[in-house]
Design a protein around this ligand. Structure first.
Ligand SMILES: [Zn+2]
Length: 430
């Protein structure tokens, strides 16, 4: 039996907006998308006298985040940016480690994951690409009924492989797989933190033992990292290692750039999602493209931590899947994908249609889900969000009006595979 969803505007993303439209769903899948006028009279909704506007669009995809870091405040970089622009990544990470140690029990982490999931659902996200230390985000996403990928984060900043440590990571990954198994909408992945926090041989050893479908890492995020891989001394990364390990960890064979370093060690691969990519030159961008690496671009986090972000003109010539991610609440003021889209529009001059595609279809492509979600089209899962605004929006440039905060659109209802999500209202006050 078909279920019909109606709205003043449908934003399918892969084709122009439809005024007074409908989406028909059967068994969780979209069957037809069209204008209400195309329906027989008996199937049309009874028109109410509403003043505002309703809008139905695909649920957003957040391509990079850390739900368990959903604290209340961002952490500022500890080195004055004026004195050492964009060199404070190591110091910031050390502050993150200290902050997470304050409340590090599984219960506390799960509570923050729930807060993060609720915030994302309230702002229209139904698919999350998360990095987790213990699988708490799997529990939070599963109980909310949303879709996601949770990748187990690990660190191994030492050239000589510590096989006890590797064995523990493999065990934790097996447990994450077991945790995800009953939830068909949630996949497990592996997250070697970054080139400077996992040595190439440890990275390879874990991947060879776990055979993960997905790898989600941080790559070319900071100038600190770009300097560290070249063997430059005294970076913020050195300060991080010194503070955490009590000794330095430097690359055994330096690379020209972070991307070059991973390529040299044969660690780039097709099912890899690399967050950030700020410090990439054209040769790196080509290398990433040749390996099919997918990019999670986080403009607000980059500007907070690096006072810089990717140069889109250099990237758009290559066919990379590039989605948008908020990163965690420790480097972003909120987890709202429309705000992230507006930040990308401001910094790259993107039109609203492009930004909307980045937070829907392109995010889905980053996660390998483009055949299942990201647009409202026949055959895809009914992962969609109904928005409402008290204002009447005018025909023309619907995406721009939808993303504009002045129109005041708020989430009214949301569905994943046609199932209504309830957390949105339940957690409204978190
Ligand atoms: Zn991150």
């Amino acid at each position: 039996m078909l279920d019909y969803f109606f709205a003043d505007w449908i934003l399918p993303v892969d084709r122009p907006p439809i005024e007074q439209g409908f989406v028909a769903v059967e068994a969780g899948q979209i069957v037809v998308v069209g204008a209400i006028s195309e329906l027989p009279e008996s199937q049309r909704p009874t028109r109410d006298t509403q003043i505002g506007t309703t809008l139905l669009c695909p649920g957003f995809v957040n391509a990079h985040t850390h739900l368990e870091l959903s604290f209340n405040n961002q952490i500022s970089t500890t080195v004055e940016p004026e004195a050492q622009p964009a060199t404070a990544m190591g110091d910031w990470l050390l502050a993150v480690v200290n902050k997470t140690r304050e409340a590090a029990t599984p219960k506390e982490k799960l509570s923050r994951c729930r807060i993060g999931v609720a915030e994302m659902m309230r702002s229209g996200t139904t698919c999350i690409n998360d990095i987790t230390s213990d699988g708490g985000s799997v529990v939070a996403m599963a109980e909310a009924g949303i879709r996601g990928l949770a990748s187990l984060e690990f660190f191994h900043p030492a050239f000589a492989v510590n096989y006890d440590r590797i064995g523990q990571v493999v065990k934790d990954y097996d447990n994450l797989m077991i945790l995800c198994a009953p939830h068909p909408l949630i996949q497990a992945g592996l997250s070697p933190h970054s080139p400077y926090n996992v040595s190439p041989n440890a990275w390879q050893a874990v991947v060879e033992s776990c055979h993960p479908t997905w790898i989600h890492t941080h790559l070319a995020e900071s100038l600190d990292e770009a300097w560290w891989v070249t063997g430059k001394p005294d970076t913020g990364i050195h300060r991080l290692h010194q503070a955490l390990l009590g000794k330095p960890y430097t690359p055994a064979s330096p690379g020209r750039t972070p991307v070059d370093y991973l390529a040299e060690h044969q660690l780039l691969q097709h099912h890899m999602i690399a967050a950030h990519g700020v410090y990439c030159d054209p040769a790196d961008i080509l290398t990433l493209s040749q390996h099919g690496v997918r990019i999670a671009h986080c403009p607000r986090s980059n500007q907070w931590l690096q006072q810089s972000t990717i140069d889109w003109l250099e990237w758009e010539a290559y066919p990379h899947p590039v989605g948008l991610g908020t990163d965690s609440r420790l480097s972003t003021a909120d987890l709202d994908m429309r705000t992230e889209a507006r930040a990308a529009m401001a910094v790259h001059g993107w039109k609203a249609e492009k930004a909307l595609q980045k937070i829907t279809l392109d995010g889905a492509q980053v996660m390998g889900l483009e055949d299942q979600i990201g647009t409202l089209s026949t055959g895809k899962a009914a992962d969609m969000v109904l928005w409402s605004s008290s204002q009447k929006i005018e025909p023309g440039n619907i995406s721009a009006q939808f993303l504009d905060p002045k129109t005041g659109f708020v989430v009214k209802d949301a569905w994943v595979t046609g199932e209504a999500l309830t957390l949105t209202k339940q957690h409204a006050k978190i």
